[in-house]
Design a protein around this ligand. Sequence first.
Ligand SMILES: Cc1cc2nc3c(=O)[nH]c(=O)nc-3n(C[C@H](O)[C@H](O)[C@H](O)COP(=O)(O)OP(=O)(O)OC[C@H]3O[C@@H](n4cnc5c(N)ncnc54)[C@H](O)[C@@H]3O)c2cc1C
Length: 445
Amino acid sequence: MFAKDAGVTPGLVEAAVLPRTTEEVATCVRIARKHGLPIVPRGAGTGLAGGAVPTEPGLLVVLTRLNEIHDVDEVARTAWVGPGLINLDLSKRLIERGLHFAPDPSSQSASTIGGNFGTNAGGPHCLADGTTVAHILAAEFVTPDGDIVMMGGEAPDTPGLDLRSIVVGSEGTLGIATKILVRLMQNPPDVATLLLGFPSIEDAATTVSQIIASGLIPAALEMMDQPMVQAVENFVHAGYPTDAVAVLLAEITGTPETVLDGTNAIEQVARRNNANTVRVATDPVERALLWRGRKSAFGAVAQKAPDYYLHDTVVPRTELVGVLTKIYEIADEYGLDMLNVFHAGDGNLHPLVAFDSKESGKLETVMTAAKEMVRVSVEAGGSLSGEHGIGLEKRDLMGLVFSEEDLDAQARIRDAFDPDGVMNPGKVLPTGSRCFDAAGVRIPT
Ligand SMILES: Cc1cc2nc3c(=O)[nH]c(=O)nc-3n(C[C@H](O)[C@H](O)[C@H](O)COP(=O)(O)OP(=O)(O)OC[C@H]3O[C@@H](n4cnc5c(N)ncnc54)[C@H](O)[C@@H]3O)c2cc1C
């Protein structure tokens, strides 16, 4: 049950523990250390990069039972929560108070705040509000020695090194978050969601660039290509135009005046770029259905094939069309069934390849094509991951974006937290990343 996450690489589980308190987590870590076992933190296991998948015999520390909301401070707009709390449960529990937790990964009904912390998760509404790191103020943290320390704090500006920003997104390689202080945001007084259909990917991508260039930052700006729109429509009947080659979902939040102005501005840009469907939804039920379509996209792919590999690269928004064209060519060249749904406003691409892993050699073909898709994204000035992290699956591609010196600097930080390399070994950094000594002289291999 714990041998895999939502990615494609299986691991090896020798022992798993489900502690209920910080002290129990610290005890588990000390026991593992005493027996020389590596430690892998795990939330809900919805990660897509193999981050929570053990690669060698060790102790899997599953944090799902630390799922309490300890304290909500409505004045400071913060809450202390357990790492095992499911993302959406936090915002649901805060509805009466008019507050929410902004990071909204499409997995938010299953993924945990601790996993979001570990991967620095993004989501449709992170375009305007920022990814998880912008919403974590502090964390109680169990170090690889089993000590309990505090990273960050409740004060607006915590003195000293900002270790909080180092541990968020560290994919379980520096220690385990056992209590997290999250920032809460006020629910907006007014919201409108626009559904825009276009005759080409280029028209939709140009609309994205022109909206942002106009100075307007929508709350969300998501794109789907025709194969994905058709799969989603079959699955949830969200009312998407299946004849459109590309569909954009844009959301504007604020006062009624700003929402009206923003909606009109987006509509104008879309029409200038040949939009043939423009629908504005302000009714909560209609809006919820439009978002249900977007958030069910990965599930909809099950109609096509039993397995999927979900890519996650990020490119400059101006390169969206060029990179997508190359990605479609790569999928064609390898004979792959590919659908696209992505956070267009951030340039965060998610080509999704549907396949059957039982077909001989298929997974290998998918992975070979995946490397090429990453390469074209990086060549266009992009990066390896927009939000899912590096984990196991992108580890060996780190050299595409980092020099030896860069990797060595990251490995030195990891050494400072965990000199014995017991926390989530084999993840994020490729073997041999620590290649210079303190005087900058290459360490012989
Ligand atoms: C259908 C679907 C849609 C998705 N959509 C998005 C999306 O829109 N945006 C996005 O960013 N991701 C998305 N993901 C990926 C995934 O849901 C996120 O990466 C999520 O943050 C993982 O949370 P989790 O609780 O499942 O963590 P896990 O998968 O269990 O762990 C993820 C990483 O965090 C580490 N970790 C877990 N808990 C802790 C802790 N307490 N302390 C330290 N490290 C810890 C683990 O070691 C691992 O490296 C999606 C996945 C699926 C299956």
